[in-house]
Write a protein that binds this ligand. Sequence first.
Ligand code: ATP
Ligand code: MG
Length: 226
Amino acid sequence: MSPDFTPDAPLTLALSKGRIFEDTLPLLEAAGVHVTESPDSSRKLILPTSDPGLRLLIVRASDVPTYVQYGAADFGIAGRDVLIEHTAQHPGGLYQPIDLNIARCKLSVACRADFDYAGAVYQGARLRVATKYVQAAREHFAAKGVFVDIIKLYGSMELAPLVGLSDVIVDLVSTGGTLRANNLVAVEDIMPISSRLIVNRAALKTRGARLQPLLDAFERASTADA
Ligand code: ATP
Ligand code: MG
């Protein structure tokens, strides 16, 4: 099935459930759009909104850029972490007009408290890095001139240094509670993370008149409390 760009089809916004969905509700409210069902209780993957011209697609966080790039969704909301990994594979595929300042955290390097990270870097040791964020990690250590073996994981990164799979991890940190619970410490910040609006390039051209008021409302709401 090819993407539906007919002018009167509803606009489709792709986003993940959890913190991005929760943080997006106030932005939608600011645009006059109410969401009456929650993805958790309804288990629906396509959610209607109070605006018959706008529906939501609930997808995995790392799948949001894919739905938008191929036009199955007109626009979407995804973390900078996810966008860095996606863009490495598909350069220039997405228009990223607005930093929404939601779902904020940091991408950091962490290790066991008894691992001498500064010493290892200083001595030019080869570091074993476990992460889901292969691209961001590779760029970070390349810029520092540190040689690394990247070990790709899909979750529970905190485990890797505890069982000797890696020396360090590169992971998202917000309160640090998960690190502490696993006797890990953050030793370096790589970059601040927040979620951005992404827009399908064809949709911007063919449906711009309907998209633009929503983009404007999101932008006003996200800078208002930044
Ligand atoms: P999944 O949980 O389905 O494996 P995920 O971990 O990427 O995927 P979420 O946990 O919903 O999905 O995270 C979605 C986005 O929210 C991340 O891509 C990131 O930008 C942001 N995020 C993740 N963890 C935090 C956090 N602890 N605090 C704030 N924002 C976060
Ligand atoms: Mg998660």
